[in-house]
Design a protein around this ligand. Sequence first.
Ligand SMILES: C[S@@+](CC[C@H](N)C(=O)[O-])C[C@H]1O[C@@H](n2cnc3c(N)ncnc32)[C@H](O)[C@@H]1O
Length: 225
Amino acid sequence: MIQDDATRWDLIHKKSYKTSETHSKYAEEKEALFPRNSLVVELGAGRGADAIYFLTKGHSVIALDISPFALKLLQEKVKGLNLGKKLVVRQVDFGLQAIPIKDDSIDVVYSRISLNYFGAKQTTKTFKDIYRILKLGGMAFITMKSPDDSLEMQYLERSSTLYEPNVFIEGGMLRSRFTQEQLKVILKEAEIPGFELDSYQEDLTSKGEEHNKTLFVNEINFKKV
Ligand SMILES: C[S@@+](CC[C@H](N)C(=O)[O-])C[C@H]1O[C@@H](n2cnc3c(N)ncnc32)[C@H](O)[C@@H]1O
């Protein structure tokens, strides 16, 4: 049976859902840099642990994700916390659609390990779109899984089909693990005038991850000028 990506992600979220989900260290670190009471767009918010953290800090959040199941869970949790008025959710497939938000309207675009499901051309389009929706002075905080996790790379190289350099087809989905050099080319092609690109290792112990204790990512930051 061929599954569409929304169904595939619904199943992944149903399997991995835990009642005690905590926000990420990355969210905590970056939220400290957000202007107070920001309008935040989270790309690939999933079940929304980070979105909820931003709401509790007084920001408004537009949470976008391909999985209706994850977004529904997020809405229910937020209703229970009485924070619903500051949250909007929308189902979006970043591989097929533009970000459904008007130009120059957002203070912060945040995305944690959710833009790893596309080839270089689509990733370029998505970065262009992120820049488009940011207000002047608005900021983007993005992490993408990197090829620095050598065990994961060995697994991908062994068990998947190569689609493009550092983009693999695995379990019916694309998975990119772009190097910083590749990301530089993508960000330049997206016409982002200035950006910072760093490798970042996120400690996952506080998220209760049993297998992977460290997440190897590239972090991309830029400001709209
Ligand atoms: C690894 S999870 C990360 C979730 C969350 N940001 C976090 O830090 O836990 C990747 C997320 O991207 C979403 N996603 C995957 N492909 C997508 C697509 N094509 N369009 C929109 N969202 C997508 C998934 O549903 C999932 O919530």
